[in-house]
Design a binder for this molecule. Sequence first.
Ligand SMILES: [Ca+2]
Length: 380
Amino acid sequence: MKFRTRSSAIIGTICLATSLAFATAYADEPAAPSKAAAADVALTEVGKAQNPIAGAAGPDGTVWIAERAGTVRVLTDSGLGEPVLDISDETTTDGERGLLGVAFDNELAHFYISYTDLEGTSTIDEFAVQSGAIQPDSRRTVLTQTQPYENHNGGDIKFGPDGYLYIALGDGGAGGDPHGNGQKLDTLLGKILRIDPGGAEPYAIPADNPFVDDPNAKDEIWSYGLRNPWRFSFDSGTGDLLIGDVGQSDWEEIDWAPADSEGGENYGWASMEGTHPFRGGTEPANHTPPVFEYDRNGLGCSVTGGYVYRGDAIPALQGQYLYSDYCDGTVRGLKIENGQVTGQSDLGVNGGEVISFVEDGDGELYVLGLGGTISRIDPA
Ligand SMILES: [Ca+2]
């Protein structure tokens, strides 16, 4: 992710015309209703926030929204309520810092926040949740990672269907991964981590993590070779993992791993940017190439990974992976079958400076525009 100052004037004013045909090999065939057909959708603004940046489905059907400066508020029928958590005196918003991610465990018994502290150190804290409320006295720090630069902090956190906490960390920053962190297995930077926060103090390593038997590798690592995996998600229908990894200057990519992956994927950075050698790099023998990439000639400049749609409100969207781009804002869809993209769509709606998607307990999706909008993806 790259935070940019950008006019919000385009929000809601472009891309309203439908241009929804799937660009598949069958695009010239007569249109016929099918799962591959693009959906008519609309963005319904359901709330305003100060730099909404992340969100999670909470207890009793609620949706919790994190604001970058350090507050968490619950979405209600009349917009966001008062803060239920405020760490604004513990973080800053310089560079790409701030409160960057939130998650509940699968039992909705604990709430986790991912933020950079006053020194810029990536920090994951846990709170117990009782009767739908954060228990402030229960707070503890689960994991920290110092950051050599202020950018590429990653910051997303999600619980997988296996009940473990996955944590995205960028390569540490600057540009071009000067320390080679993406390909190094002795650092947590440039990785997706997988830990069991309830298994020990401060956390346990799942016994089947891919590098637990490698003395030269960090046991927390699930997958590596990532530049700035700003947003990732698990398909709530299949358990597949999808990662939006922000590119350096040419290629934005989406990485995919099946639900039965044993981990250890090398997504290539900084030897590769997408499917392309980066600065003379050599493709690693074990490179897992992106399932999808796009260049900077039209679709944007900083991919924002989303979710596979598993809601009921828009049947034609069922099973499509929705994503966007911070610099472009158009919500787009990918149909992915067996790790291959078999269709692409432009949903014809624009969420502004799209910084994140949120999936509620029913599988419906929300789009967060960093400029201040929270929008639900509804049937048109
Ligand atoms: Ca890659």
